[in-house]
Design a protein. Structure first.
Length: 327
């Protein structure tokens, strides 16, 4: 618990919000000081977090050296669902819980997925650009204008977001395949989808959409070999994590025509290089890691992160601990 007159510190390593007013409105009345930066390196992170009682991070590399420098941190909170920028094992060794915010943007990311899918299957961008350029009529060959009811969509990852994507696809009457080794086959069937292994999903899907976290098991899961196993003319959607996909292999698949399109909100690395062909390919629809964005979602994200930091400082039980530390 906070003692009278004490001033605890929450370090916010980096953020993409205009200000930290939301966090301050929750933390400062409780006697907590916010120290913040826009840290991108170990060298800038260490002095910021050294004396912090709690650490909130967005994209900064909270690696083993950074965690070793934390003298009194009671929690590390990630602004977001994925925690791949935090060394979970190092935090566990120091008995520091790592928490995420797993339920703040489910609808937004599922909606973005559908936006990408429909944009590519209905060729929204090329047809819009043709009219803007003074043209008229179809901007692409007729066979590139596709209806979802004629297609098979493969959903890789069947957590909160993957399930919402599946539910949104149901009214379009497309076949839905699911690969997720952590989800029971019966649960997939109850959602009116078909459980399959990854090779079967890649071989049968017209659209493959990724909704799994970054982990040693999933990084580069879509590499040159996986792309070669996908149907000719398939579409890849990635709103999960950039490193789920081998970027060079993806570019090669798109340039060769083996993949007919891609919808990408995440990249490896980020930001996407100015020279990347993905910026200018006519069959690629991109966004700059903004699938989670809405006023409602961002408000919940920031309030939850600040509340978790405050709970840790007060010694209260924590929710959403992802690295196995129990209070």
């Amino acid at each position: 618990m906070l003692s009278e007159g004490s001033l605890m510190k929450v370090a916010i390593t980096d953020f993409t919000f205009p200000s930290l007013d939301t966090e301050a409105s929750l933390l400062e009345p409780a006697g907590v000081e916010i120290v913040s930066g826009q840290c991108k390196t170990t060298e800038t992170l260490i002095p910021l977090v050294r004396a912090a009682d709690a650490v909130i991070t967005q994209f900064a590399p909270v690696n083993r050296d950074v965690i070793a420098a934390m003298q009194q941190a009671r929690v590390i909170v990630r602004y977001g669902i994925g925690v791949d920028n935090v060394d979970l094992a190092a935090a566990r060794e120091r008995n520091i819980p790592v928490c995420n915010v797993p339920d703040y943007c489910i609808d937004e990311v599922a909606d973005q997925t559908l936006a990408f899918i429909l944009s590519i299957t209905r060729q929204v961008l090329p047809n819009c650009l043709k009219i803007r350029g003074g043209g008229w009529g179809l901007a692409t060959p007729l066979e590139e204008m596709r209806a979802l009811r004629d297609l098979t969509v493969g959903i890789v990852g069947f957590g909160r977001i993957g399930r919402e994507v599946s539910e949104r696809l149901a009214p379009f009457k497309c076949r839905r395949l699911v690969f997720d080794p952590a989800v029971a086959a019966d649960a997939v069937k109850e959602a009116a989808a078909e459980p399959v292994d990854l090779p079967a999903l890649l071989a049968a899907s017209d659209i493959v959409t990724l909704h799994c976290p970054s982990s040693p098991q999933t990084r580069r899961m879509i590499d040159a070999d996986a792309i070669a196993k996908m149907k000719a003319g398939a579409i890849l959607i990635n709103v999960g994590r950039g490193d789920l996909v081998d970027s060079d292999a993806l570019i090669g698949g798109l340039q060769s025509g083996h993949l007919s399109g891609a919808g990408l909100d995440v990249f490896d690395p980020e930001p996407l290089a100015e020279t990347s062909p993905l910026r200018t390919m006519p069959n690629v629809v991109t966004a700059s890691h903004i699938a989670s964005a809405s006023v409602r979602a961002v408000k919940k994200l920031r309030e939850t992160a600040a509340s978790l930091a405050l709970k840790a400082i007060r010694g209260e039980p924590l929710l959403n601990v992802v690295n196995g530390i129990t209070s």
